[in-house]
Write a protein that binds this ligand. Structure first.
Ligand SMILES: C[S@@+](CC[C@H](N)C(=O)[O-])C[C@H]1O[C@@H](n2cnc3c(N)ncnc32)[C@H](O)[C@@H]1O
Length: 330
């Protein structure tokens, strides 16, 4: 099996500028999918007019937002400026959500730095139109800060709602079988054990998710070049629980296109945006690759493999700088 990966694109502007010429979208452009009705916009999530135009009269029942809280650019910003920026994309999210809808926000809580920006974000959200409903923690397999501290393995996921949104409880279960017995309760005069009473023989995910593997390079869903991919299983859990087939799901920080792919697989319509043309292109290619090859990522390859193979300049750049061997035949 060939292993033809890409380095992190956000860390290499020269490589990114080579790749941008292979991207369909320029800033301001919108791609409309003829097959399932998805849209990908190369837009700024905080630009009210651009987002309004992108949605037209359409509204989403679910927004899944994963802002770049840990990018170098944001480390340079202080937390107040970061929060001011969040206020803007929360407003543009709210603006296109129906009266009965859900907003999920992935956010970091840096234990080396006053748990920023998590605490500041939840305080700011108290004055938004959305109400907090739950605070989910997903357990990562890799972490940081193991020297004289508890390793940080948390991924925080905030769940906000407006009105009375859909919540499909049949999808809240994990794949983990229930094994603990002995919780007895009397029902209509009969002593019942908890397994007899429950709707499923699997345990509920609850608001601590321990059953989802963090994305890493050996997984089929891995998208080489991306650096902040969320697991498809987590995104599909959210989509299944908080929307129905045919609903519009929005994601303003598309990156590797996980929400777009999850929406495609679960028969939702995804309106997603990213400010960077390369991530818009990767997102589009991710569903195209899924439709053509049935693959959910590029474990041993990358989204620009074909272009790299025939673009001599790009090929020699990668071979010289990263010691990547570009395969002869793809
Ligand atoms: C943390 S990643 C999202 C990861 C995504 N959930 C996934 O599974 O691949 C954040 C993305 O937000 C994009 N971004 C940053 N600022 C933005 C803005 N103002 N508007 C739209 N996208 C932005 C970045 O280009 C990056 O791709």
């Amino acid at each position: 099996m060939l292993n033809f990966s890409l380095p992190r694109l956000d860390k290499d502007e020269e490589l990114s500028s080579y790749l941008r010429k292979y991207c369909r979208l320029r800033p301001g452009d919108i791609w409309e999918d003829k097959q399932s009705g998805h849209k990908v916009g190369c837009l700024d999530a905080t630009d009210i007019k651009a987002v309004q135009k992108f949605f037209g009269y359409d509204k989403a029942v679910l927004a899944i937002q994963d802002p770049p809280y840990n990018l170098v650019a944001f480390k340079k910003r202080n937390v107040q400026n970061f929060i001011k920026w969040c206020v803007k994309w929360v407003q543009t999210s709210d603006m296109v959500l129906t009266d009965n809808s859900s907003l999920y926000v992935w956010l970091g809580a840096d234990q080396k730095n006053n748990l920023e920006p998590f605490a500041d974000f939840i305080l700011m959200m108290k004055s938004s139109n959305l109400n907090i409903r739950s605070f989910i923690t997903m357990r990562n397999q890799r972490g940081y800060g193991t020297q004289k501290n508890w390793m940080s393995v948390r991924q925080e996921l905030l769940y906000y709602i407006k009105g009375n949104p859909v919540f499909n409880t049949k999808f809240v279960y994990t794949d983990i079988p229930k094994v603990v017995k002995g919780y007895f309760k009397e029902i209509s005069g009969k002593k019942t054990e908890n397994l007899e009473r429950s709707k499923s023989d699997k345990i509920r995910a609850g608001n601590v998710w321990i059953d989802i593997q963090q994305v890493f390079h050996l997984m089929e869903e891995n998208v080489n070049g991306c650096f902040a991919q969320k697991p498809l299983k987590a995104i599909e859990r959210i989509i299944n629980v908080s929307s129905n087939k045919g609903d519009i799901v929005s994601d303003y920080f598309s990156h590797s296109g996980t929400t777009l792919l999850g929406s495609e697989r679960l028969s939702r319509i995804c309106y997603t945006i990213d400010i960077e043309p390369i991530y818009c292109e990767i997102s589009i290619r991710r569903i195209e690759n899924y439709r053509t090859n049935g693959k959910i990522g590029w474990q041993n390859s990358n989204p620009f493999a074909e272009e790299i193979a025939y673009d001599k300049k790009l090929k020699s750049y990668l071979e010289n700088k990263y010691d990547i061997t570009v395969p002869q035949n793809l």
